[in-house]
Design a protein around this ligand. Structure first.
Ligand code: EPZ
Length: 422
């Protein structure tokens, strides 16, 4: 297993290119199952999760090929010959459950393994199930697999209100409804930019959708969808992650491709902490000029609120803030595993239930630490950028799931960082 070694100290200066969004791409790829014509995605990120989704689609009989060093994904679901998403693949990546809606919609049947829990929470699928049942699906759990079928052979339009604005449940409903007979309405829908990106791609494929990005999405079912080519939206979580690098280490960095509308709530908190964010013609420029950042309180919420996927990274910044910060995690039940690792570096953090209280210290000290999940792993690297001495982050396979070329991107702006095989 590889480790990443960071020696803290110098300021960061330069530009970091931001890739296409992992969480958009993981929803866009299953959309190929809705049509027998080719779907091509450009600006795709080069990540292990994308490779896992590629393997899953291939296991169903789809063609899925990565071109141009992985930045283009050419897919075709003309010859689907298997409607079962196997546990061996699904257990590695929860987003595999996004093949459920498309398979049901096009073939009237699907067998999808329950993903099982993951480090940050139990992550059940009850909301996916009730949303698809509203479209006429019958879904039973047997031997750890969801056995789904469209009653009468085809899904019918229906109205459903989500108990919580679940991103995945919204995506499964949205994709399934495109081919359901009649009108479908989803209330309390998730509003994430990845939902908007999926809707825009489905529309290019011939779907009739209105309201994406708001809490109510209306879909008119059509008989079939055709192929399309779609550019994956910028990754707002990678963007926020790299915006924190100069905020933590000092200096000035421009994140190329960054869009303020994707990270407004996060930027509001950065500015409250005393970080300067400027829109440029090519992205977002971030600078920390004067001394220590200020302590701020953060509460994670569904979009457009502060994203849970940036909570760990924000905590890394607040560990050296001037004052006491409170981070309230409202989306997942166990998303503070980075806290004990940051405490090994001298951070002062107390976790009680869903709230972490961070008392800022002058400076962290480098230490051997362990990545526990995707976003926790990168928060440890960020903390190492300004820590005194050497930080060694182990189990970086977590990192490879969601961040391409971390060492290249951070060393490109002056960080002392390398990847070592151990
Ligand atoms: C998506 O996960 C993202 N993953 C997550 O990013 C992100 O943290 C999450 O949305 C919230 O924004 C992808 O898009 C691939 P949810 P998803 O359904 O769809 C509970 C990352 O780091 N829930 O909005 O699984 C669930 O347990 C990952 O890139 C149910 O109880 O998130 C969680 O507590 C991590 N029943 C909460 O809702 C359900 O049927 C939010 O889940 C579905 C969800």
């Amino acid at each position: 297993m590889d480790s990443i070694v960071v020696n803290g100290g110098g300021e960061l200066h330069g530009t970091i290119p931001i890739a296409g969004a992992k969480n958009a791409c993981l929803a866009l790829m299953p959309a190929t199952l809705l049509s027998e014509e080719p779907l091509t995605l450009t600006n795709a990120p080069r990540l292990s999760d994308i490779k896992t989704m590629t393997l899953l689609l291939q296991s169903l009989g789809a063609e899925a090929t990565a071109l141009q060093d992985g930045q283009v994904l050419a897919m075709s679901s003309h010859d689907i010959n298997n409607l079962t998403a196997d546990y061996e693949i699904v257990r590695k990546m929860r987003a595999s459950n996004l093949v459920l809606g498309p398979l049901l919609a096009r073939f009237g049947r699907a067998v999808v393994s329950l993903p099982g829990g993951c480090a940050i929470g139990a992550r059940p699928m009850d909301m996916h199930i009730s949303a698809l049942e509203a479209l006429g699906a019958k879904i039973d759990l047997k031997d750890g697999y969801l056995h789904a079928e469209a009653m009468g052979g085809a899904l019918k339009g229906g109205t459903h209100e989500l108990g919580f604005a679940s991103v995945g449940a919204t995506e499964n409903f949205l994709m399934a409804a495109t081919l359901a007979k009649g009108t479908s309405v989803l209330k309390n829908a998730a509003r994430e930019p990845e939902i908007v990106d999926l809707a825009q791609c489905l529309r290019k494929m011939g779907a009739q959708i209105e309201g994406e990005g708001t809490s109510t999405i209306t879909i008119e079912g059509v008989d079939r969808l055709h192929g399309a080519t779609h550019q994956v939206v910028t990754d707002r979580i990678e963007l926020g992650t790299y915006m924190l690098a100069p905020a933590i280490a000092g200096g000035e960095v421009e994140c190329l491709g960054g869009r303020l509308d994707l990270v407004q709530a996060f930027v509001d908190k950065l500015e409250e902490a005393g970080i300067e964010v400027t829109e440029t013609p090519t992205g977002l420029k971030v600078a920390r000029r004067n001394g220590r950042v200020k302590a701020v309180d953060v509460r994670t919420e569904p979009f457009p609120g502060f994203p849970t996927d940036l909570q760990a990274q924000m905590m890394a910044l607040l560990c050296t803030a001037d004052g006491v910060s409170h981070l309230e995690e409202t989306i997942f039940e166990n998303r503070f595993m980075h806290a004990p690792e940051l405490m090994r570096m001298g951070a002062q953090i107390e976790v009680h239930g869903g709230t972490a209280t961070v008392t800022g210290v002058e400076r962290l000290k480098g230490a051997p630490v362990m990545a526990t999940d995707l976003r926790a792993s990168v928060s440890l690297i960020l903390a190492g950028l300004a820590a005194e001495g050497e930080t060694v982050v182990s189990r970086v396979y977590h990192l490879d799931r969601g961040y391409e070329h971390v060492v290249r991107k951070l060393s490109g702006v002056g960080a002392n960082i390398k990847r070592v095989k151990v």
